[in-house]
Design a protein around this ligand. Sequence first.
Ligand SMILES: [Ca+2]
Ligand SMILES: [Ca+2]
Ligand SMILES: [Ca+2]
Ligand SMILES: [Ca+2]
Length: 453
Amino acid sequence: MKRVALLLAALGWVGCGPSEQSPPDPTVGSLTPTEAEDADGDGFAVDVDCDDTNADIHPDAIDLCDGVDNDCDLQVDGSAAATVGEENFESVTAALTAASESAVIAVCPGDHAIPSRALAAGDDLTLISSMGAENTSLAETNGNAAIFQLDAGAALTIDGFSISGHSVPALLANGGTLTVRRSVLHDNTDSVIVGEPLGAVAVTVRVEDSRFENNTAPGDGGAIRLNERFELQLVGSTFADNTAVRGGALFVRSVDSFGQVVLTDTVIEDNTAAQGGGIAAIGMSLEGVGDTRVLNNTATVSGGGIYLARTEASNLTVMGNDAPLGGGIIAAYEPELAGLPIATMFTDGVLEGNTAQQGAGAAVDALESLHLQDTQVLANTASMVGGGAFLGFPFGFLVSDSSDWAGDANDNQPDDVYAASSAPPEPPAGSSFSGYASGETFSCSAAGCSPAP
Ligand SMILES: [Ca+2]
Ligand SMILES: [Ca+2]
Ligand SMILES: [Ca+2]
Ligand SMILES: [Ca+2]
């Protein structure tokens, strides 16, 4: 029965097939052929117009550096190097020469080199690549001068480029505003971005959705070095495998003013330095926003994750870093800051799984103070003393304000705070204070911790 039903259904379908189709719609025939075939009216019929909905795209158009095949030759972007407005140029240098003070230069895929260019007050340039950093690089012609140098009042945006192989800082900002977006800055042999404004001049550097990888500086700041009056904003970016003397990824120093660094959803990982494997921050505000992590960095002297000198740090997760002294962080003594009436603060943070000889979570230099507020100090391991924290002799001072010292399997090893009562040899004589748990408020010095655990 089932087979018969299927057969009848099939016959029925055939019976209602092509023999009963309605005749062609007469209204279609009323349009002229030209109107039907050139919908966007650019004079090219749909068979040769690769976008018959856009009158700017047709076989006689100029193929601009915009990531679109404007001229229908099936090649995205043409042989030009750059576009300003509706005009193509054979080199980025020529485009820069033709550009007005405030211009957007669209750059085609390829490796582009320009002579070092200084931007002065009023200059506001944007270089944006049509095909992104994987396909577009930017360099200084000889590789031994900055690609761009900004002075006060200048603005520059670099969007979608790779920059590599420079033996001097590739981007110098001694004033003005520098924005680096969707770029990859790698394998340079000096800090990539350097800002050293003088006097009252300020610098703003903003980095978005970019990666700094494998850069090595002979001095401070493997990826970025900023001095004095500045604001640094890092958003959605990664700094990995960079190397320097201080601050494997970032060196930020502000002694005469109060520099500000805001790191939003940014990762600082696997960087190396003598002091501050990931970051060295001197006289700063260092604020994490969202999920910002300092991971698996190494210092050969102190501050595996972050070297903090009279710096207010907040909302940072510092995990898996290593140094002989201060695996996660160190509150470090800098003589030039000794007169400042502020202490290093670490607030709303996490110090977890860091390792050191002394002070795996945190170390405090002999003349410094560290204020840990609402911070988790968990599962850090010291091979000598101070799994949670180490205080240098004679004046290292620690305040724990509502912080968590893990009174369980996540405890620090050895547990928790070690206060030195003599100068080195290492480990110096001193006392351990163990058994602090969550929500602890106490203070420690060479005289001991109070209240006791
Ligand atoms: Ca057309
Ligand atoms: Ca068209
Ligand atoms: Ca084309
Ligand atoms: Ca194009």
